[in-house]
Design a protein around this ligand. Structure first.
Ligand code: XBP
Ligand code: MG
Length: 287
């Protein structure tokens, strides 16, 4: 840890503030705008299985309310009664596995760029010795392909926990994937910050007791993420500030570790006051 951070870490400890130990990232929509590639992969898989199903963007936006690709296909069969639904139901796992292969190919072939600030913040956290984790509904193979394509293979080793897919029984908005990530990290929720793009993701992280920075994504721009400590257009970059949509304002105009520490201190203070009967609303309004 650099000397200055060590000194400020000591000052924070003396003041009773919780040190920031780990950052936990959602994947789809948060690290990169990947849902369009998921959509294409679903449509390709349907064609490959002889189905004339097509998920256009508007329908896909609706279907994103159901997390998990396999669950999403089942929901479509049950609620939209497409032709061939009964037969497809029996093959849903096979069809979803095919979709996953196609998605990974699209990721590897395509030019998927991280959202603004993602690569910078991950590198800053890694250099500062913070732990990094993933908490996502998508398949672990998809996460590896995306991180590899986006940041480089070495970035995978920076993440000490990759909590993904069916590793827990209930997907977001259930809190399970975040509880799992916290357990594996060995960190208290009050020492971590989660990054999300969707209402389901924010709900899961908040249920697990985490402070959240939300950067709503293309498909989910209308989601209710108001439980987040900060809502931004993206994580921002030096010279290219993020637009603040609600909540905590990052002094530099972009999300960095210093800003996250201050945001976390405030979030923990609000939590403490709420549990001791203080007035968090007045505090939040004053910031
Ligand atoms: C978003 C999702 C995922 C993907 C599809 O996950 O809901 O289900 O759309 O992935 P998150 P799979 O934002 O939590 O990363 O087909 O692999 O399930
Ligand atoms: Mg997401």
């Amino acid at each position: 840890m650099p000397r200055t951070s060590r000194r400020s870490a000591r000052a924070r400890q003396e003041s009773g503030a919780m040190p920031l130990e780990a950052l936990i990232f959602d994947v789809d929509g948060t690290l990169a705008e990947t849902e369009e590639l998921h959509r294409q992969a679903f449509n390709e898989a349907f064609r490959a299985f002889g189905l004339d199903w097509v998920w256009p963007r508007d329908l896909y936006r609706e279907l994103l309310g159901v997390t998990g690709g396999r669950e999403r296909i089942l929901h479509y069969i049950d609620h939209y009664a497409p032709a061939g639904g009964a037969g497809a139901r029996a093959k849903v796992s096979e069809m979803h596995a095919d979709k996953t292969v196609r998605y990974v190919k699209l990721i590897r072939a395509g030019d998927v760029a991280p959202r603004p600030g993602v690569r910078r913040l991950i590198a800053e956290a890694h250099d500062a010795g913070l732990r990094l984790a993933i908490a996502t509904t998508t398949r672990p193979g998809n996460v590896e392909a995306l991180l590899g394509a986006m940041i480089g293979r070495e970035a995978l080793s920076w993440f000490s926990v990759i909590a993904a897919g069916d590793i827990v029984p209930a997907k977001k908005p259930a809190r399970d994937i975040y509880d799992y990530a916290l357990r594996e990290l060995g960190c208290a929720a009050s020492a971590c910050v989660a990054f999300e793009d969707s209402a389901n993701g924010v709900r899961a992280a908040r249920q697990a007791g985490l402070a959240v920075v939300a950067t709503p994504s293309f498909f989910l721009s209308a989601d209710d993420v108001s439980e987040s400590a900060s809502v931004l257009s993206d994580l921002g970059e030096p010279g290219r500030p993020a637009r603040r949509l609600a909540g905590w304002r990052f002094a530099k105009g972009y999300v960095d570790l210093a800003g996250l520490r201050s945001m976390l201190d405030e979030a923990n203070e609000i939590k403490r006051k709420t549990s001791t009967g203080g007035s968090p609303r007045a505090d939040a309004a004053a910031r």
